[in-house]
Design a protein around this ligand. Structure first.
Ligand SMILES: O=C(O)C(=O)C[C@]1(C(=O)O)C=C[C@@H](O)C=C1
Length: 297
């Protein structure tokens, strides 16, 4: 089989990531998006335990900059919500910063409306949150069409701002934990539409890791614009009885109406088997990137 230059460089990058693979760090610093009380901080605690240093960052991109610059061993960012779907920005940042996924963690998300102590819902004029907080609480917010919704970097940063402003006309959408940490009252509980609203966070790092129990693989690939290209690629996973858990298509910047695909699959496979599968994937794609091999959360 003859591979194109692009396919060969995809494989070379995968082999280099494998060569640089390391053991999980028992004590490395962890960068996360938000501030104390954010869902991302909850994800850090759930994944790493309480005894680590978690460093808050203003934006998702700042988390990626810190890990690729060597300022922290790990970063924790949301990738997908069970109600509203992909957090697109983080798919794009994964590629831009060439980060590897080394773990994932699922966090139940129950948003509350938070106000300064003594505030009443009838007084609220403006509400602050991450845009995901607004999407996930759409039905609740539709009952208050006069409220001004102000997007913020993060739910907990919005909660802190409302506390600091000490203004009973301002409210935040964030967690109950954020209310406790930032000394706010819960004006309305569980305001997100779906009871089982859950956000999947990924743990990213500069290098791949050989974490025990690895059974989930994430890839990104592009295809030639020919009939059946995606169908043929997906046939590989069918033939191997591998369970696809997610496929997401995103536009390719500066390549109008062409798409890149992000795919996750789950299977009890060893590294040799994975190499064989990736060779077949490579033969069916124009380019591909291996994003991670990690335990399913
Ligand atoms: O971590 C937080 O608190 C955030 O504000 C981010 C974020 C997200 O981007 O999805 C995290 C979880 C919830 O889905 C809502 C917001």
């Amino acid at each position: 089989m003859v591979f194109t230059g692009e396919q060969q460089s995809s494989m070379a990058r995968y082999l280099q990531m494998k060569r640089q693979m390391r053991r999980p760090r028992a004590a490395g610093l962890v960068a996360y998006s938000g501030t104390r009380g954010s869902y991302a901080e909850e994800a850090c605690i759930r994944f790493f335990g309480e005894n680590r240093l978690f460093i808050p960052h203003k934006s998702f991109e700042d988390v990626f900059k810190t890990i690729t610059g060597g300022g922290a061993d790990y970063g924790v960012v949301p990738i997908e919500n069970s109600t509203t779907g992909a957090i697109n920005e983080n798919y794009d940042l994964l590629i831009r910063y060439q980060a590897a996924i080394v773990g994932e963690v699922l966090i139940p998300v129950h948003h509350c409306l938070l106000g300064v102590p003594g505030a009443a819902i009838s007084e609220i004029q403006s509400v602050y949150s991450h845009e995901q907080g607004f999407y996930q609480s759409r039905d609740f917010l539709s009952k208050y069409p006069n409220w001004t919704l102000v997007p913020y970097h993060n739910t907990a940063v919005a909660a802190k701002m409302v506390h600091d402003a000490a203004d009973p006309t301002k409210a935040a959408i964030a967690s109950q934990r954020a209310a406790e940490i930032h000394h706010l009252d819960v004006l309305a509980e569980s305001i997100n539409g779906a009871d089982n609203n859950t956000t999947r966070f990924i743990v990213v790092s500069r290098l791949l890791e050989n974490r025990p129990g690895r059974n989930k693989i994430s890839l990104r690939f592009t295809l030639s614009d020919t009939p059946g290209a995606l169908y043929q690629l997906l046939g590989i996973f069918d033939a191997e009885h591998l369970n696809l858990s997610k496929i997401e298509s995103r536009p390719i910047p500066n390549n109008q109406w062409h798409y890149q695909f992000f795919l996750d699959f789950i299977g009890e496979i060893d590294e040799d088997h994975l190499d064989a599968i990736l060779k077949r994937v490579m033969a069916h794609t124009r380019s591909f990137e291996f994003l991670g091999f990690y335990p399913h959360g």
